[in-house]
Design a protein around this ligand. Structure first.
Ligand code: RTP
Ligand code: MG
Length: 143
């Protein structure tokens, strides 16, 4: 399988729950390597731009309010089939539907406050990585 990169966000609820390290362990356990990372408190404009594909949806204002409610950790994950692998370990958008052992099953409390974001395709990943990181902020892999 091809080596890919994907964009991951640990959302404000999970940062507030102090489970950043536990979520990073899930990435590493799945064979995904963190090749860039930063903590950020998103502005309204940054959150609106990031989720622009959802701007006509009824939940958009609530989503932007939540994503700007506290700091997030944004990272680039690299590994074999990283986009789908990351989505698999995140679990379903609504934690009520998330498979046992997934990040959302274990750390998310609702569909609105669901702990993590992950790019949903290689095209989204390319756009989302460039949204947060310049090329020089992404480290070469060590293995
Ligand atoms: P994400 O983009 O954050 O990784 O989540 P996702 O792909 O699993 O879900 P998506 O459809 O892209 O929705 C983005 C975020 O909007 C919130 N949402 N709320 N109330 C609702 O019906 C609803 N639907 C989506 C969720 O927080 C979701 O993660
Ligand atoms: Mg999405």
């Amino acid at each position: 399988m091809a080596i890919e990169r994907t964009l991951s966000i640990i959302k404000p609820d999970a940062v507030a729950k102090n489970v950043i390290g536990q979520i990073y362990s899930r990435f590493e356990g799945a064979g995904l390597q963190i090749v860039a990372a930063k903590m950020k408190h998103l502005s309204k404009a940054e959150a609106e731009g990031f989720y622009a594909e959802h701007k006509e949806r009824g939940f958009f204002a609530d989503l932007v309010a939540f994503m700007t409610s506290g700091p997030v950790i944004v990272q680039v994950l690299e590994g074999e089939g990283a986009v789908l692998k990351h989505r698999d370990i995140m679990g379903a958008t609504n934690p009520k539907n998330a498979a046992a052992g997934t990040i959302r099953a274990d750390f998310a409390s609702s569909i609105d406050e669901n702990a993590v974001h992950g790019s949903d395709s290689e095209a989204s990943a390319a756009r989302e990585i460039a949204y947060f990181f310049s090329a020089t902020e992404i480290a070469p892999r060590t293995r």
